[in-house]
Design a protein around this ligand. Structure first.
Ligand code: TYD
Length: 139
């Protein structure tokens, strides 16, 4: 998508997920178009992130995502070109909805953190905006 992106960091809301608890532990279920407002076409997860390393550093033109700290914790820095906010994710039963057109960086990973991402589409490099300068031109 070329042209102006109108997304706001305030559209990136925390979605409380379900949690079924019993003495043998917890389970959280995420179904596309039910618990998240998109069809889930891809799942990936980041893990073994060395201390002090940052991930992300890009925006997407069309992709929607739900980011979950399946284990441990990390910060998500959001930037829509005007406003910035930092969301700390540290519970497996909460997700952060990422709308398209938001620059994001993943920071401050705890030891053993797992960043689970549910995405609305398969991997397409042409959907990435890889430089902040390009992002600023579009936002
Ligand atoms: P990238 O999205 O740049 O990582 P991050 O933003 O989390 O730091 O992806 C890292 C590498 O993995 C890059 O070579 C592209 C590849 N990749 C895929 O092949 N498929 C995927 O679904 C994803 C997310 C990444």
């Amino acid at each position: 998508m070329e042209g102006k992106m109108k997304s706001s960091v305030y559209d990136c809301v925390i979605i409380p997920l379900n949690k079924i608890h019993n003495r043998a532990g917890n389970i959280t279920i995420v179904e596309g178009n039910k618990h998240v407002p998109f069809d889930v076409k891809r799942i990936y997860y980041l893990y073994d992130v060395p201390g002090g390393e940052d991930r992300g550093g890009h925006a997407h033109k069309e992709l929607k995502q739900l980011i979950v700290a399946a284990s441990g914790s990390f910060d998500v820095l959001l930037d829509d070109g005007i406003n910035k906010k930092i969301v700390r994710l540290n519970r497996p039963d909460y997700g952060l909805l990422m709308v398209p057109g938001i620059w994001r960086e993943l920071l401050e990973f705890s030891s053993g953190a797992i960043c689970l991402v549910l995405a609305s589409d398969i991997y397409t490099e042409s959907d990435y905006i890889r430089t902040y300068n390009h992002f600023k031109e579009l936002s």
